[in-house]
Write a protein that binds this ligand. Structure first.
Ligand code: GLP
Length: 242
């Protein structure tokens, strides 16, 4: 696992954006795994700014979202579909048919999970996956206790995760379930970049850096992957031995 500590959130975002764009320059048909949450917003802004200059960045790129809530309409302001439209897709030249997100309203979520896995495989597998980090160590929506070999599946969200996302659900309770790529799905990505920013990620970063590998701490599965880069800002790294 490689680590880079950046001075602050803007620097972390700039670095993440350039890694993503370098990946696309090397392989214009890159298959991405993409996160939601507050942390990647700055990265997406950096990507959009750069793509305004070279407006063909995403023409042949394929993107799979890590996760989506179960049971809310696609156009609900809290949906990850809407997040991706607002923060990336509506600003770049990605082809709609190349953007994938689990359908949390599918009549049979098990069939939907299998369909999602198949779509990733048919696209040639994930080339570069960017991850955020839950303060309890979750990656995508894989909460503590998720087996490291898990594939795309439905999860019950922990109370802390539901609370952390409450701001997006002012008109209704935060969904209780989500559909998420599994840890095993993520580990098959050829390269992985994990982003963590701010003091509230400090404990999770310290635990990740300790090298402990346990299903109680989902991000620790990344230790078994040969090509992981962790980008942290100083606020997240402080006290974590950097
Ligand atoms: C949600 C997402 C995760 C994300 C996490 C952290 O739970 N499903 O993919 O990593 O939030 O979010 P933030 O970046 O806002 O701290």
């Amino acid at each position: 696992m490689n680590w880079e500590t950046l001075a602050d959130y803007p620097a972390l975002s700039t670095r993440a954006a350039s890694l993503l764009l370098d990946g696309i320059r090397r392989d214009p048909k890159l298959v991405l795994g993409l996160p939601t949450g507050n942390t990647p917003v700055g990265m997406y802004e950096g990507v959009i700014a750069e793509c305004k200059r070279e407006y063909h960045c995403f023409r042949d790129v394929v993107a799979f979202n890590l996760d989506e809530y179960v049971g809310i309409p696609r156009d609900h302001p809290g949906s990850y579909y809407m997040f991706m439209q607002a923060h990336l897709y509506s600003h770049v030249d990605i082809d709609d048919k190349n953007t994938y997100i689990p359908n949390g309203r599918a009549p049979d979520l098990k069939v939907e999970s299998e369909r999602y896995e198949r779509a990733i495989r048919n696209a040639g597998g994930l080339g570069l996956t960017v991850l955020g980090l839950g303060s309890n160590g979750h990656i995508a929506f894989n909460e503590p206790g998720t087996p490291f070999e898990s594939r795309t599946h439905v999860v019950a969200l922990s109370e802390s995760t539901r609370r952390a996302n409450a701001a997006f659900f002012l008109d209704q309770p935060v969904p209780t379930h989500a559909i998420t790529m599994g840890i095993g799905t993520i580990l098959e990505s050829r390269a992985i970049v994990l982003l963590a920013s701010g003091a509230k990620k400090r404990e999770a970063i310290a635990r990740l850096r300790s090298g402990e590998q346990s299903v109680d701490f989902p991000a620790s599965a990344l230790w078994s992957h040969p090509n992981v880069l962790v980008l942290v800002d100083e606020a997240a790294a402080r006290g974590a031995g950097s």
